[in-house]
Design a protein around this ligand. Sequence first.
Ligand code: GAL
Length: 733
Amino acid sequence: MRFAFILSLLKTILVVNFVIAAPSGNISDLKPITNWQKLANGVYVSGLGKTDKLYRYSDLAGEAPKIAALNKLTDTPLTKALKNARYRLNPDHKIMVYIPTEPDEKIYGYGLQFDKTMRSGKVIELKVDHYSKDGGSTHAPVPFYISSKGYGVFFNTAAYLKIYNQVCNRKDSQALPQEVDRNPPADEKQPGPWLAVPPSDAVEAYVQGDGIELVGFTGTSLQDIVARYNLYSGGGAMPPLWGLGFWHRTPASFSADETEQEIADFKDHNIPLDVIGLEPGWQSKSYPCTFEWQKKRFPDPATFTQKLLDDGIRLNLWVNPYISKHARIYKDMYPLSGSHTVWLGIAPDYMLPEARKVLLDQHKTDHFDIGISGYKIDECDGYDFWLWPDHATFPSGTPAEVMRQTYGMQLQRMIYKELYQKNNRRTYSKVRASNGAASNYPFVIYSDSYGHDQYVTGISAASLGGILWCPEIRSAKNSREWINRMHTTCLSPMAMLNAWASKTKPWTYEESTDAIRRTIQLRMKLLPYLYTAFARYNQDGIPPVRSMLLETGEAKAQAKSETRKLDSEVDPYGDGFHQKITEDNTLYMFGPDILVAPFINSQIERKVNLPSGNWYDFYTGKLAGNGNTIVVTAVQTNDMPPLFVRGGSLIPMLKAPVNRTKDMRGAAIEIRHYGHKYGSCQLYEDDTTSFDYMKGNYNLYEFSVKDGELVQKKLKQDSDSFYSGFELREMTQ
Ligand code: GAL
């Protein structure tokens, strides 16, 4: 009797609760986000649900947020969208976040994408994987977007995320598009075209877990917003100077002798070289890996490495994280690894300090102590059939999905913080997976896909999310493409020829060798300018190589949209979106003042839509245009990359090219001036290899021109100047 009573009471409670809790589906069911906390100027944090056990990307960042630098920027308030954001905690351990958008608002970002940077109208699932078009799977699926309305949102959680960017309309939306009859009688007029994907008025995100942290960014421009994201992530990466020189990765099974011969061949061809990358064959076994030297190919690694160092050449080692039974550290690592193998190697759990110690002890003795400069950390990015499954377990208790989203970051953190930074030596390395709040890591992403246009788009996309991208050159269909690809890599964060499979050399196409040499020499001459741009990335968060979106600050210059005509037979839903959006990502900025308009594939002529303001031809100093479309040809540029300089700019460059960055010390600088107005430029110097710059040990100069003379202002002088002298070169007559 009593039992029956309790049961009926329970039922009533459940039913009542159900009725009360049953959502109407209206926006008002969602809770307003009212707990934004100001962390620094323009940076606002909100924790939703349970956040104590959250795996946050920011916990894996290279440095803490640069609060002082942020607070020097304008104090910008929360925007309307962030104030009106809402959320809902679902009982099934999922959270949805709702951030309203305006009709003409555009959404950009989400890390390294190769198709375009605009994500309006896309549903994306952010997952670390090899790149796949439109889907959100990519080597660096950074959960950070920026809006053309002047704010940014960072989903600071390493859970899988699905984000609906202005698609899927709510039934009670105030901005529902008008219904259109798709098959109207002939005499009925419709208010517009039928749209397969009617645009919605919000970004809605769906997150697994009981809690999430959102970080909202506001600022005075899109560039400023991205800079604040980078400062929040610890400031941008600061590579050693040698890392910005030219890299060559040798064929997979090269020996020490073959490598030395290759270096000699570079000398014979008078081609700059700073770093040699050894591919898998340097190890006794791969894949899975031993991390030990293959003694048949490299009988004396210490002497070999030192000989190269004496010649100013650094060595970088290819690895993947999965450990072979033949490795010395296998036994110790076995209990510290996950339940599943990857390529039959154990997958260490680097959330555990003991696991990091096992690996780092070995790396330090076998690599670091003999002078190895860094790594190329491969295969930390999927596919599903290569990586551990989502139900794998790891001894630290970290969920497998979180491991997947963060593995690349865990590896970067370990190598950078606990090996290189701990021993006060900088590295510039490569990694194939990264994620949110990774701006501070001096690791550059690369990919196995190889579309030239995709590689150029990657430069812009990466710059919106604190990622450095290397559009490496591997092979080409002809000598023209070879030249064009070399242009792209030399005007990117890392200039690299990766010949691991192609066995190519810079001089592979004999007829193009002169243009190739001049292109790499141009890279070397621009290093004072590029190194300074990296210092600004580090201190001010401004990406050194970046999308035009961060320059013009408006979507208009970047994207054209046109309504698609539906073809019911072959394309009944208009490619899934109502508008075909064409974005021009073939232009980007290299440092603060040089606009790059690369020739793609085998192009020898292209149109360039110059932004407003006077732009000058880099080589001749002549006015190229102002807000108009021009045509540039390879004949005009003498096979060099089309480059345009902002009017009034001063560009600090080496007067003569060098073949090694070590030869930059004591070199003469020319400061090129373009146009008739005079601006100013900065020049940054430090010891080029240690972390002493973090203690303030660096020089920073500002150059301007007065009465035709160069004026050098020492903003900070810590030691003797790195260069021998500075002279002005007027480029525009
Ligand atoms: C690939 C990598 C290539 C090369 C190769 C060596 O996964 O993307 O760049 O390193 O491995 O086996």
